[in-house]
Design a protein around this ligand. Structure first.
Ligand code: ACM
Length: 636
């Protein structure tokens, strides 16, 4: 693994510079992800010592300064405390500008490190927090250690001016398909905040569990938060049996939620709660069956058993009714109660109300829905969803909140002031922006981090793949769209196949390191090769911090196709400077096997292709093994 810059001593670094023919100050390597707007490094470094003071000029800076002190104390074994006062020699100081500096906006910061120490200045506390994160990433890798390390704690002399490209930089975490405890959610937020993400989209309700306490509707969590226990491939598990106890799940009390909101806010993260309606509501219906058209008292919280058929092209049928009844006034009374409590808890101006994958079959068969359609002069059942969402928007308005929904809310008539989360590609986002609605870009081909990261023989198979480089290459503002409507973007982590926090991290990183540069860094500052070098340093940091991540980007990509009736395979390594070795002679590939240069023609016969990637003669990816039959199947 490449030695990170920050572990070199000053002398060694100077030698490296000479050996490489001298680099311009601003070209020196660093480990800061996401890439800052402007960063220039000069010769020399500040040594953080046990005598170094951590200073704040305003009380508002204390939280950030204390987070820094806590990290330093763990890794150095020293005992830093935060003091109030102006910057002085041998200090790391945090101060807010008295007169805001326009360039920095709400979240930008300046960081200056010289012989006198490190100085972070910003307009608001979020900027101070981000300056602090950049200091941590400039410190040696061992700053991530949870036990004391003996080390020269150096920060290179640097001048940074930094601010985000987008105001909305998010990650969605689905805690319904699998429940994650309050402490796990905090940990998830802590790790994402290091990458300067500022929005945690908390997917709190779905068919598989209702996770937020609503005091006026206690059955939502007494019943809706619990399902029968099952382990294994989601959507293929056994349905609940008669009389079987629902013991698996959990929920957050309102006190838990307040605690998480405060924890997130200390890290400049705001939380957007999602209550997914009118579809994806089986857990709510299990608690209150009268909310659906079917009113089936036997409805259970789904434990990961099959209840839908998917026909491709976005077409599907629900075999169990998981949809609220748009024609029933009691449903709006229910929603009013839910949103009253949700709005009172969360300071974010938005409430996400879902709107995705709502099956209309039960509405079509329901006499009251049909009567409502006649009364409202609706021609198509889709318009019932438009009607429902407009009613929901009105409810949210009475609570002082704005409506955000998945891009299906464009169908059947969009609510007047709705913001759209474009997930089925970028098209919904383009349409919404052209209609003058704000958009958060979360297109599945680029940001669905529940997708496989590598070959389906190496990862638990699901229906799609999203490799690291594709995340990195995502551009959130589509051509021809006025960027002022694109608030920013997110990664979405659906957890059907993610039962543990460690696996959630494996799926999130490094893809969310890559996406942090998409949402924070200026487009022209993105550089894949540079990102990969920084990523490898962050692998070492994550190892020390105990954060899980995937090394799948090192695996080769296999692209079979038919040409003139012959089977041909293209191999690709997305990480620069890897060598791909392969075999088709039933040997385990090694550095002595053929090096991949041009597409390989696979002869007829009992052939198996085996492929691996190498760096400096050592395997770095995982071996992929595919039979000829499998390659032919994939070529279609
Ligand atoms: C979604 O992925 N159903 C929004």
């Amino acid at each position: 693994m490449k030695k990170p810059f920050s572990t070199f001593k000053a002398g060694a670094f100077a030698l490296l510079l000479l050996a490489s023919g001298g680099l311009k100050a601003q070209d020196k390597p660093h480990n800061v992800i996401p890439e800052p707007v402007k960063i220039s490094t000069s010769k020399g470094q500040f040594f953080v010592k046990s005598s170094t003071t951590i200073l704040i000029q305003q009380e508002e800076a204390r939280t950030t300064a204390e987070l820094l002190a806590a990290r330093l104390n763990k890794a150095t074994g020293w005992n830093f405390t935060v003091k109030k006062g102006p910057h002085q020699p041998n200090a790391i100081s945090f101060s807010l500008h008295k007169n805001p500096v326009d360039e920095l906006g709400k979240e930008g910061y300046n960081l200056e490190v010289d012989a006198n120490g490190a100085k972070v200045t910003a307009n608001q506390t979020g900027g101070l927090f981000y300056g602090m994160q950049s200091i941590l990433q400039l410190l040696p890798t061992e700053i991530e250690s949870n036990t004391a390390v003996k080390k020269d704690w150096t920060i290179p002399f640097v001048k940074i001016t930094d601010y985000p490209r987008f105001a909305w930089r998010g990650i969605m975490f689905d805690v319904s398909r699998h429940f994650f405890t309050k402490d796990e959610v905090k940990r998830f937020i802590d790790v994402m905040a290091r990458l300067k993400y500022n929005t945690f989209h908390w997917h709190l309700t779905d068919d598989n569990g209702w996770r937020i306490e609503i005091k006026s509707l206690p059955k939502l969590t007494e019943v809706g938060a619990w399902r029968v226990p099952r382990i294994g491939k989601f959507n293929q598990l056994d349905a609940p049996k008669d009389g079987e106890a629902a013991t698996d799940g959990g929920f957050y009390t309102q006190e838990d939620i307040k605690e998480v909101i405060k924890y997130a806010s200390d890290r400049n993260v705001t939380i957007v709660p999602e209550i997914d309606v009118p579809g994806h509501s089986m857990a709510a219906i299990a608690a209150y069956p009268e909310l659906s058209c079917s009113k089936d008292p036997k409805t259970k919280v789904n434990p990961g058993s099959k209840f839908a058929e998917w026909y491709g092209n976005g077409k599907f049928k629900m075999l169990t009714d998981n949809t609220l009844n748009p024609s029933d006034e009691k449903v709006y009374e229910f929603l009013d109660k839910v949103f009253t409590e949700v709005a009172a808890l969360f300071p974010n101006p938005y409430i996400h109300v879902g709107g995705d994958e709502c099956y209309k079959g039960f509405w079509e068969a329901d006499a009251n829905c049909q009567a409502l359609m006649q009364k409202e002069n609706m021609k198509h059942v889709e318009e019932l969803q438009g009607y429902f969402m407009k009613r929901v928007e009105k409810i949210l308005k009475t609570k002082g909140k704005k409506l955000l929904g998945w891009d299906e809310i464009l169908e059947g008539g969009i609510a007047p002031e709705a913001t759209v989360m474009s997930w089925r590609g970028i098209e919904g986002g383009i349409e919404a922006a052209k209609l003058g609605h704000n958009v958060v870009m979360t297109p599945s081909p680029y940001v669905y981090i529940d997708f496989m990261q590598s070959d389906r023989t190496l990862e638990p198979p699901i229906y799609a793949t999203l490799r690291l480089k594709k995340c990195y290459d995502f551009e959130p503002i589509p051509e021809g769209v006025d960027g002022k409507f694109i608030l920013g973007g997110q990664a979405n982590l659906w957890t059907e196949g993610i039962p543990t926090l460690a696996y959630a991290e494996y799926m999130t990183y490094p893809r969310c390191w890559a996406l942090s540069e998409v949402y924070w860094s200026p487009k022209e500052k993105k550089n894949w090769e540079k990102f990969v070098t920084k990523m490898e340093n962050h692998f070492d940091r994550a190892d020390l911090a105990g954060i899980n991540y995937a090394r799948s980007a090192y695996d080769a990509a296999i692209k079979p196709y038919m040409k003139d009736g012959k089977l041909v395979v293209e191999l690709e390594a997305e990480i620069p400077n890897l060598t791909i070795h392969y075999s088709i002679d039933d040997t385990v590939p090694s550095k002595f096997s053929p090096v991949y240069k041009d597409p390989i023609q696979i002869p007829e016969g009992p052939i198996t292709l085996r492929v691996n990637t190498y760096r400096n003669g050592k395997p770095i990816g995982r071996m992929i093994t595919l039979s000829r039959e499998e390659l032919v199947k994939r070529s279609k």
